[in-house]
Design a protein around this ligand. Structure first.
Ligand code: AMP
Length: 214
């Protein structure tokens, strides 16, 4: 199955994708993670990517599409994949259509004010990528990952100013993609605003939705 996990920054795409990938045994390709890795490299392209990310703007399509194709053509994607963070524009959606079929879109719905609250208190494990929130989804030991004992860090684009910019980009350029896909692929919509719903419960609802599609 080729799945898109779709929603504003901070809607839980990474959290759900990491749980879905182990249940479905297909890898997650997260373009944001790919670019964060590139941005750490002292190369010309790494520096260029870092500059776009620092401002919360979209990385140019030529770079995005090259990276995407490289990752999707890897052997572990043969049985399917979960795409997190791509497509971000209708143009990117059309490009994807040319080389992969999308079987379903998982749409995570969260209001802007909750996103701002959530992202500004989000922390991520440096080692395994597990996501925490210092207000709602605290690790057992402060600053330490429950899963692997790695140190937690705050993303440099999780500051209020950059979050607002990323939300603007999402609402203007990315949200219209939903209309594009509505006529083309089945949707699983999930409102994930309540912090009382454990990720496992949300994931089992999503898996239930997927059963009705496949
Ligand atoms: P994310 O982790 O998905 O929130 O992405 C972090 C940043 O990576 C975004 O703010 C963009 O600068 C860049 N990025 C990730 N995916 C894409 C994409 N599909 N197209 C362009 N830029 C992207």
């Amino acid at each position: 199955m080729n799945l898109l996990i779709f929603g504003p920054p901070g809607s839980g795409k990474g959290t759900y994708a990491s749980r879905l990938q182990s249940k479905l045994e297909i890898p997650t390709i997260a373009t944001g993670d790919i670019f964060r890795k590139m941005a750490k490299e002292e190369t010309k392209i790494g520096k260029m990517v870092a500059e776009y990310m620092r401002k919360g703007e979209l990385v140019p399509d030529s770079t995005v599409v090259r990276e995407l194709k490289k990752h999707l053509s890897a052997k572990d994607c043969e049985k399917g994949f979960i795409l997190d963070g791509y497509p971000r524009t209708i143009k990117q959606a059309r490009i994807l259509d040319d080389f992969a079929k999308v079987d379903a879109l998982i749409h995570l719905i969260v209001s802007d004010w909750i996103i701002i609250e959530r992202l500004s208190s989000r922390r991520i494990c440096r080692e395994c990528g597990e996501v925490y929130n210092i207000r709602f989804l605290k690790p057992k030991r402060s600053g330490i990952c429950d899963q692997c004992g790695g140190r937690l860090y705050q993303r440099f684009d999780d500051t209020i100013k950059v979050i607002k910019g990323r939300l603007e980009v999402y609402n203007e350029q990315t949200a219209p993609i939903l209309e594009y896909y509505k006529e083309r692929v089945p949707f699983i919509e999930f409102k994930c605003e309540s912090v009382d719903i454990p990720p496992e419960v949300a994931v089992s609802e999503i898996l239930n939705g997927l059963k009705h599609i496949s």
